[in-house]
Every structure is written in C-alpha cells, then in structure tokens.
Design a protein around this ligand. Structure first.
Ligand code: SAH
Length: 358
C-alpha cells in the first residue's frame, strides 16, 4: 500500500514537472512579420545613425577592453572536462583546474536541477555552466546566496540574473564554437563568463560607467585562473546601437527589458542568427527567441518563440545614457505569482531590495 502511494506520488510529480514542458515544446507560437515596431524617437536615429537627443552615441565612447586578440580556447577546455559523475567532475576541477572553491557542490547541484527542468539542454551549455564561477560575480553584500536560484542586486540599480533564466537564455542561443556573440548589459559579468566557455568571440556592452569598470577589473582578476575570460571584449556604451565595428553577430543576447526589438541590433544580427531578449513593457516581459531569416529578395522574416511559453519575467529596463527607458509602453503591474511558479520565481531575499528587478 505504502509502495503504491509512493508510486502514485512519483508519477504525479513527474507529470506535474514534465508534461507542461512537453506541451510547451509542441505548441510553439511562431509569428512571422517583416517589420518591428520602432518608437518614433529612435526611428530617425536608426535611419540617420544619429542617436536621439540626450543619448551619447556608443561611438563616442572610448572605453573598450579588447583582450580578445589573445584568444584562449574556452570551448576546448569545456570539452576536455570530465563530467561523467559528480565525483569525476569534482576531482577534475580540483586537480586539473586547481579550483578548490567551497561552491563546487552547489554549482553541480544547480546544473543538475536545470538539466532536469530543461533550462539546460545541450551538453555544451551544461559544461559552460559548470565552469562559470558564479560565486565571484555575486557581489559581497550577498554572501551566502551565491548559488540561490534568484536574481540579486549588484549595485547601481543593476542585478545579476537568476541562474535558471541565464541557463535558459544560454541554451536558446545554441552557440557553436567560433560563433560571434554580442551581449547587451554586461552587469556582473556572469552571463559573459558562461559565453566565454562556448565561443572565443564574445562581445559585451554595459552602459553604467562604474559598473563597467568594476566588472572589467573583476574579469581581469579572474582571468588569472580562467584565461578564457581574456576572450571577452567589453565596451562602455549604449548597447541599443550594438557594436557596429564587429558586426554582424551570429547570436545576440539582451539582458535588459525592452518592448520592441532594437532595429540596430536586428541589423547587426547575421542572416540565420538568433537573438534572445526579455520582450515586453516595463514590469512584465517574456523571454523571446527571435530567428532572423533573409529571403533572396532581401526581405527579412522574424520567427519568434516565447521560450518559457507564457511565463513572465521582469528585467531591469533597457535605458539610454540619460537614464530613460527605451520602452514606450506603460508599465504593467506585476501580476501575482501563481502558486505553481512560486518555487521557481522565489521572491528576492531581503538583501535584494523589494522592488528591484532582475
Ligand atoms: N547580464 C548581466 C545582467 C545585468 S542586468 C549579468 O549576467 O549580470 C542588465 C544590465 O543591462 C544592467 O547592468 C544595465 O546597466 C544594463 N543596461 C541597461 N541599458 C543598457 C544599454 N542601453 N546598453 C548597455 N547596457 C545596458
């Protein structure tokens, strides 16, 4: 009898966890359209190349760190890593990488959780996730929460994104070694550190000057034990205009919220390329995968897919140099979190501040 109860409980749990995922993957919502909606304020800027008033052009920014000329092969180290069992991985990290971090077990556990939830799907992404030392990117004020599945503040009104959303966005990008990847919103540097184990061509832009400097120093420091971070090209500037000099990019990941696809970024995305971004009004976005197809006659079609199939997220705004959001739609009240999602979208810990966003 007790055995039957346990069996039913396990079956119930498995269907509760897996079935929504299966349904989600079958009911792909694909929308094809030719033009993105562009707010009038930036429409002119895009066609003329001159940013709207009050916005310093990314071109005008001089602070760039381009260590990427000395490329260290992150994807190769990721491939050589042993991940057959937790024990072989732990001993590889300790013996081959001389990584004696107290957080290795926590990192393994999170990776395993995300494989289960299918937020990490490809082995390459699991490997990159296992190599990225989140404990160094979570800032000192949040000690103890390094591997909590939640976003955390990193100062300057910015945040380090939930590890599960980072995992999902990374998996969606489907990065191959050698792909040129652009990230908008360097923030803590955590997402960029994962990218550096997937390809040697990482480009990242941050708009907040002191945050840029802090993360730039951190990456230089970590490069001593993680030479792959030397491949991360970083720039202080407004990511709305992308990084023209190094375009086109095979993949683009936007980690700040916006209610339209920034046209300059769409232009800088290669034909066949993938962009992942939190799309929606302030306070409520969906993580969208956007695939760009260019037809022979030059027309552009976008295939969009909501990767969480309806789950809402709330990222901090995609803003200009003057601090104004690029979104023109009215903010949306955050909806109450359904009980079923509570476990996934755990409320931010006290240190995170009540109304910050990821
Ligand atoms: N990817 C980051 C998440 C940072 S939160 C991480 O792994 O930690 C989003 C970041 O986007 C913030 O640091 C914010 O300053 C930055 N941001 C907002 N608007 C931007 C813009 N126009 N250009 C570049 N970065 C921007």
């Amino acid at each position: 009898m007790a055995g039957m109860v346990v069996t039913f409980f396990v079956i119930g749990l498995v269907s509760a966890l897996l079935i929504p995922r299966l349904v989600a993957s079958q009911s792909e919502r694909v929308v094809t359209y030719e033009e993105t909606e562009t707010p009038p304020a930036v429409e002119e800027a895009v066609t003329t190349g001159i940013p709207p008033e009050g916005v310093d052009s990314a071109e005008g920014e001089v602070h760039e760190t381009l260590p990427g000329t000395q490329k260290y092969d992150g994807p190769q180290i990721a491939q050589s890593m042993s991940i057959e069992t937790k024990e072989t991985w732990l001993s590889w990290m300790r013996n081959d990488r001389h990584d004696t971090s107290a957080f290795l077990e926590d990192r393994w556990k999170l990776a395993q959780d995300f494989v289960w939830s299918q937020e990490l799907k490809r082995p390459e992404d699991v490997r990159a996730f296992l190599l990225a030392p989140r404990e160094h990117f979570v800032r000192a004020q949040n000690k103890g929460l390094e591997y909590a599945d939640t976003w955390l503040p990193i100062g300057y009104g910015a945040t380090i994104t939930d590890p599960d959303v980072v995992a999902m966005m990374t998996t969606t990008l489907n990065i191959n070694p050698g792909d040129k990847v652009l990230e908008i919103g360097t923030g803590s540097g955590y997402q960029a550190s994962i990218l550096a184990y997937l390809t040697t061509e990482v480009y990242t832009i941050e708009i907040i000057r002191p945050l840029f400097a802090e993360t730039d120093n951190l990456l230089q420091d970590l490069e001593k034990s993680n030479p792959a971070f030397g491949s991360i090209n970083r720039k202080l500037g407004d990511g709305y205009y992308g990084w023209e000099e190094y375009a086109p990019f095979d993949k683009i990941i936007v980690t700040c919220a916006v209610d339209h696809i920034p046209p300059p970024l769409l232009k800088q995305l290669s034909p066949g390329g993938i962009m992942v971004l939190p799309l929606g009004p302030p306070g409520r976005q969906y993580i969208m995968e956007v695939k760009k197809e260019v037809a022979l006659d030059g027309s552009i079609a976008l295939n969009r897919r909501d990767v969480y199939n309806g789950m809402r997220v709330s990222f901090i705004p995609f803003r200009n140099e003057a601090g104004a959001s690029y979104s023109t739609s009215a903010p949306v009240e955050k909806p109450p979190i359904p009980a079923a999602l509570n476990a996934r979208q755990s409320p931010a810990p006290a240190a995170a501040g009540s109304d910050a966003e990821q």
